[in-house]
Ligand binder design. Structure first.
Ligand SMILES: *Cc1c(COP(=O)(O)O)cnc(C)c1O
Length: 408
């Protein structure tokens, strides 16, 4: 134990020697052997393992087809292209997200229109509604930290205004909304009755809930869009390279669009095949650690656990606490935790406060008060499947030990 209760009732905090990072991938021997198999096979880029990973992912998710790409960012970019978003259009994005969500909109020539978030950190539906103009083409909600956004209301809004929905599900692989797994057939049937054009895009970046080092997956509500996405991910060529070079293919291809180059490699898919098999175990571990944090944090007045909503299964990509700004300096608390050998992070610096977005679109401090307040108070505590309950216990003990030094 990191905390030793002594006879007098005082508690002595002992600093751990090993640094506890805020995130870490869990890679096993299965992944390593599968990568080695690709390396030895003579086929290292998009090929049989990508095909298998896509099939496995579709089966796991309960969707008809899944299109892999080399990042979630690329997947969002392709979804925007498939839905025809371009110059003169507007796309609504939440203020509290990673820059990728907004950057991809800029690349299409459209304008990212930032809106505020609610208490959960997800897109505020009323704010999104108010931001719709005749130029609006799509909504891009983010499932912040791994808790699904209010997709029922967002799809309804999209249906009323003829918009597409592109879900940035970078944090939410495996999450369940009202009993339906995100991106499953049943999910779209339940939250998208108006069948608006829609896609859910996942990330397999190194620190996400499952990884391929770099990678992503797109699932369209209408799977007939998948072929266009497959064409766009590889230069806009009519058939993919694996089929051309394998026994069944021919040398001939046609370029149907000025496509991108963001296909997933077989080496990455080799990792993903095994990560996917472990995903439910990873998620269960994340949930158990989050529960431990919840229980222990309830005894600390200066800190609030994340806000959760029933029927929106939180898969805890992040465990985000909020400190009471009146009593605690968030930045000092981060430093105190670092001195106690604990890594943390902050999710996210609101999009509108980055110099590019402020200068290009004229956003200012105060424009999105809920996102700004979240940013000022939040800390992401260490959370990953290989952590033990003793580790979360250590973080809690370190928080208690740090708070007296982080007061305002
Ligand atoms: C990580 C992340 C992305 C980008 O994912 P990549 O796979 O690294 O491109 C996009 N949106 C959010 C909210 C993220 O956290």
């Amino acid at each position: 134990m990191s905390q030793t209760a002594q006879g007098s009732g005082t508690v002595v905090f002992q600093r751990r020697r090993e640094f506890l990072p805020y995130a870490m991938p869990s890679i096993g021997e299965e992944e390593i052997a599968e990568v080695a198999d690709s390396m030895r096979s003579g086929w290292i880029t998009t090929g049989p393992k990508v095909a298998q990973f896509e099939e496995d992912f579709a089966r796991y998710t309960g969707c008809v087809d899944a299109v892999s790409v080399n990042s979630c960012t690329a997947g969002l970019q392709i979804a925007l292209a498939v839905f025809g978003v371009g110059p003169g259009d507007e796309v609504i994005v939440p203020a509290l997200t990673f820059c990728a969500t907004a950057n991809v909109v800029v690349h299409t020539g459209a304008r990212p229109v930032i809106v505020d978030v609610d208490a959960t950190g997800n897109m505020d539906v009323q704010a999104a509604s108010r931001a719709i103009t005749p130029k609006t083409k799509a909504l891009m909600p983010v499932h912040f930290a791994g808790q699904p956004a209010d997709v029922d209301a967002l799809y309804k809004l999209a249906g009323q205004h003829g918009l597409a929905v592109i879900e940035d599900a970078a944090h939410a692989v495996g999450a369940v909304h009202r009993g339906q797994k995100l991106a499953s057939r049943a999910y779209f049937d339940s939250c998208n009755p108006a069948t608006v054009p829609a896609a859910v895009v996942f990330s397999f970046y190194a620190n996400k809930n499952m990884t391929t080092a770099e990678g992503g997956m797109i699932v369209f509500a209408d799977e007939r869009r998948s072929d266009q996405a497959r064409m766009l991910r590889l230069h806009g060529m009519s058939i993919d390279a694996w089929k051309r070079y394998s026994g069944s293919g021919s040398w001939y291809y046609e370029v149907e669009a000025a496509g991108f180059k963001c296909n997933l490699t077989d080496i990455a898919a080799a990792i993903g095949i095994h990560q996917l098999r472990k995903l439910d175990t990873f998620t269960a571990a994340r949930k158990a650690l989050a529960k431990h944090y919840d229980a222990e944090l309830s005894g600390i007045a200066e800190i609030a656990p994340p806000t959760r909503i029933p029927q929106r299964d939180h898969v805890y990509h992040l465990y985000t606490i909020a400190v009471d700004n009146a009593r605690v300096s968030r930045n000092r608390l981060i430093e105190e935790l670092r001195e106690r050998n604990i890594g943390t992070s902050v999710h996210f610096i609101p999009i509108h406060s980055h110099p590019f977005y402020a200068a290009t679109y004229g956003y200012r401090a105060g424009d999105f008060p809920v996102a700004e307040s979240h940013y000022a108070r939040t800390i992401s505590l260490p959370l990953y499947p290989a952590m033990s309950k003793a580790d979360t216990g250590y973080v809690i003990a370190a928080l208690r030990d740090s708070l007296p030094y982080a007061g305002r």
